[in-house]
Design a protein around this ligand. Sequence first.
Ligand code: FES
Ligand code: FES
Length: 168
Amino acid sequence: MIEFTLNGKLVQSHDEPDTPLLWVVRDSFKLKGSKFGCGMAQCGACTMHIDGRAQRSCVMPVAAVVGKSITTIEGLGTPDNLHPLQQAWAEQGVPQCGYCQSGQIMSAAALLNENPNPSEAQVEAAMAGNICRCGCYPRIKTAILTVAEQSQPGAVQVAIPMPVSEEV
Ligand code: FES
Ligand code: FES
């Protein structure tokens, strides 16, 4: 039995110790927000926080997280109380197909926890490992920088209008 904390709750996994954390979370605990993309730590779709740091859960054996604290997208905010990044994502209309987005948000949240006021270059560097096949990168960056700006002392909280959709 492997015990760890999942979204603030102590849980026990009875999966094989070498089962990737992603499958334990998705299949045993039925939290489907974290996605499988590459299975090789290359795309970021499976990103979760392990003790507050963004990690690729597709290559993390569950045995490696004994006693650790795991946060998935389901533990970041709730529909009634969105995390500021989730709020900004909605306001900016960031997602296209949506598949990569939980991983993107988890990486962004870890970045802002470590560095609440990153430069544009720091955002680009921190997010470089999260692939978006729909090419939402400009909106992802804008959303992160907006949250960073609004979290600074003295910042005025304003609602951001939805971008006008582009003609195709
Ligand atoms: S599925 Fe884990 S990094 Fe791609
Ligand atoms: S929104 Fe489609 S892959 Fe990123």
